[in-house]
Design a protein around this ligand. Sequence first.
Ligand SMILES: [Zn+2]
Length: 163
Amino acid sequence: MPFRKLKYNEIVLRYGVLHYTDTAELQKGSVKLPAYWVQENIIKQLTPYGVIYCNKRHSFDFEWIFREASLKNLKCNLKYGGCFVPRHVLWDPNRQLSAHTWGIAIDINVAGNAYGTKGNQDPALIALFAKRSFVWGGTWRGKSGPDDYSRCDPMHFEAGCKL
Ligand SMILES: [Zn+2]
């Protein structure tokens, strides 16, 4: 794949420092962001699969991917599972912030694509995300090698950068 996942400090450089506070408002592991940051960076985007809230710098990517996926010749299996969600990775307050906090990651087809499983995403959908420089969590592996799906996150697509 010609794209790679952004490192945490690269996400901060590209999309901004977040002055967050931990909160259990939504559930344990969620964070509260300053209202000005959300107002300036997160927008509501209409897609053929419904409304999503995402980072304004990727709203056209999401719209394009969802529109292509909805076209007759592809008709990808696509159920939107969430994009902008201010929280820590895996809702664990001891981990760093999730890319969802910046609205640059999206979960698709949550049912059937649980964390730690191989999942069953449509290859055509994976290809659409790749075209817009998104990396797929379905390629992430644990430390024991290519068959170790312990860190695989097949529902998750995230804005990447060139290798
Ligand atoms: Zn995700």
